[in-house]
Design a binder for this molecule. Structure first.
Ligand code: ZN
Length: 420
C-alpha cells in the first residue's frame, strides 16, 4: 500500500506533504529540478501468476489499489479506462525483421493514454477536497481531465493556447470544462501557479521552469500499463517505445515494472525507449548529463508531444533501464510512419504516436535495435484527434461521373488499381 510518503528521484529526500507539485526543493537549481514519486510498501511474493491474480485480479482501477497513491481502501471513480489491447503488427514487423507489437491506448474513454493519469488524478483531487482540477493543455490531457471532472461533477479549468489543434479545443469544451485561451505558455503557467498556491485547485500539469513534469501522484496511473502488459504478453518485449513530452508515461510504465520485479513477478525490466521530435532528453542522455538544456524546434506536426524541454524523470528512466533515446529531423518521417501504420496495420493513430515507428526505424539504422528483437510501441492517442495534419498528405478525394470508363481511369490514375 501507499505509505503517504514520496521521495525525490535525484537526492532521495523524503516528504510527507502531498502538495509539492514543483519538484524537490532540496536539489533544485535554476537549471535542474527532479520530480517526487510516491512510495509503497510492497510484499515479496512467490512470483506465481496465481498469487498475482489474487493480488491484482479483476481488471478494474480498484484492482490496482495497493499500487495507487491512496492510503485507505476506498471506492474509486473510473470511466472504465484501461484494458487496452496489444496487437501484433505483423506486416511492418516482418518487413523490419522484428516482432513488433502495439499497445493501443487510443481505446481509452477519451481515445488516449492520458486517461490513465486522470483516473488517478480525479480521485486524488476528491481525497484532497480540492475546489476543482486545473490544466495547462492544448489538447489530450485537458480533454481527458475534463471528462473525469464531468463524471464527478467537479469544476475543471483548462488554460490553453488557442489555435494549436481546433479539434481538441472542441473536445475539451464538449465535456463542459472552463477552457480559457491565454497568449503564451509562460502566461498560463503564471495563472496556474496562482490558482494552485492561493486557491488550492488541484494541478495536473507542470507550471514551472525548469520543467518538473506532471502531478507525481497522478503519474502512478501509468503503472497499470506495465501490469496489463505483464498479464497480456507471455513474454515481455525487449523494448518499449514511448513518444515523450514530459515523459510521464515512460517513467510510470518503468515504475510499474520495477514494482512487479520487487514483488517477484518478473525478473527484468524491459529497456525503455524514448522518442522525441526535438530531442532535449536525447541530447542530455547521450552526453551523460543530468541537466536537460532546451533545444531548437523545427515546427513538428506532433503537437501533443512537441517540446524543446525535457524532464529529469525521463532521463532517470533511461538510465535505470539502460534504455535508448532518439529524436527526429522532420515531419516527413512522422507522416510516413502515420500513413504506414494506418495503411498496413489498420491502426490510425495521432502524429505523436506515429513517431514511435519512425524512431524504431531510425534506431534500427543506427544498429541500436537489432533484427529478431521484440519491440512494443505505445500508441498514445487516436488519429481522429489530428485529421488536419493527415489531410495535408492524403489530398483531395477524386470524383467520377456514372461512367465505367471514367471510373476505371480515376481508379487507375489515383490508386493504381486496374479493374480489367
Ligand atoms: Zn531532491
Amino acid at each position: 500500500m501507499y505509505t503517504g510518503r514520496s521521495r525525490c528521484l535525484k537526492c532521495g529526500h523524503e516528504f510527507t506533504e502531498e502538495n509539492i507539485f514543483t519538484g524537490c526543493p532540496y536539489c533544485k537549481t535554476d537549471k535542474f529540478v527532479s520530480n517526487l514519486t510516491p512510495l509503497y510498501e510492497l510484499e515479496k511474493t512467490d512470483g506465481s501468476r496465481k498469487t498475482y491474480e489474487k493480488m491484482f485480479g479483476g481488471k478494474r482501477l480498484e484492482s490496482y489499489l495497493s499500487v495507487l497513491p491512496f492510503k485507505k481502501k476506498r471506492r474509486l471513480v473510473s470511466l472504465n479506462e484501461g484494458n487496452t489491447p496489444v496487437t501484433e503488427l505483423t506486416r511492418i514487423g516482418s518487413e523490419l525483421g522484428i516482432s513488433l507489437y502495439a499497445k493501443d491506448e487510443s481505446r481509452n474513454p477519451t481515445w488516449g493514454h492520458k486517461d490513465r493519469l486522470n483516473a488517478v488524478l480525479i480521485n486524488k483531487a476528491i481525497e484532497r477536497k480540492a475546489p476543482g482540477v486545473i490544466y495547462a493543455s492544448t489538447g489530450n490531457n485537458g480533454a481527458s481531465g475534463a471528462a473525469y471532472a464531468a463524471k464527478v461533477g467537479m469544476p475543471c479549468i483548462i488554460l490553453t493556447v488557442k489555435g494549436v489543434n481546433p479539434t481538441l479545443e472542441i473536445f475539451m469544451q464538449a465535456y463542459g470544462a472552463c477552457v480559457v485561451g491565454v497568449k503564451t505558455v509562460a502566461d498560463r503557467w503564471k495563472i496556474l501557479k496562482e490558482c494552485v498556491e492561493k486557491y488550492n485547485w488541484y494541478p495536473a500539469t507542470n507550471y514551472t521552469i525548469p520543467i518538473v513534469g506532471s502531478n507525481p501522484w497522478a503519474i502512478d496511473g501509468y503503472k497499470i500499463i506495465a501490469h496489463e502488459l505483464y498479464q497480456q504478453m507471455e513474454e515481455l518485449p525487449d523494448k518499449i517505445v514511448v513518444p515523450i513530452c514530459y515523459g510521464d508515461a515512460l517513467f510510470g510504465i518503468m515504475k510499474g515494472f520495477a514494482e512487479l520485479k520487487q514483488m517477484g513477478f518478473i525478473e527484468k525490466i524491459p529497456h525503455m525507449v524514448a522518442v522525441e521530435d526535438y530531442g532535449p532528453v536525447t541530447k542530455a542522455y547521450e552526453s551523460h548529463s543530468s541537466i536537460i538544456e532546451p533545444v531548437e524546434s523545427w515546427g513538428s506536426v506532433a503537437s501533443s508531444m512537441s517540446t524543446v524541454y525535457g524532464t529529469y524523470h525521463s532521463l532517470y528512466t533511461l538510465n535505470k533501464t539502460h534504455g535508448l533515446a532518439v529524436s527526429l529531423e522532420n515531419n516527413q518521417q512522422i507522416n510516413a510512419a502515420q500513413k504506414e501504420l494506418a495503411c498496413k496495420e489498420g491502426l490510425y493513430c495521432e502524429s505523436a504516436s506515429a513517431t514511435t515507428l519512425a524512431g524504431v526505424k531510425k534506431l534500427m539504422q543506427m544498429g541500436k535495435i537489432k533484427e529478431g528483437e521484440r519491440v512494443l510501441l505505445l500508441i498514445t492517442a487516436a488519429g481522429v484527434k489530428d485529421t488536419k495534419t493527415t489531410k495535408e498528405y492524403v489530398g483531395e478525394i477524386p470524383e467520377s461521373e456514372t461512367d465505367m470508363k471514367m471510373f476505371s481511369d480515376v481508379l487507375k490514375d489515383h490508386y493504381g488499381i486496374d479493374l480489367a
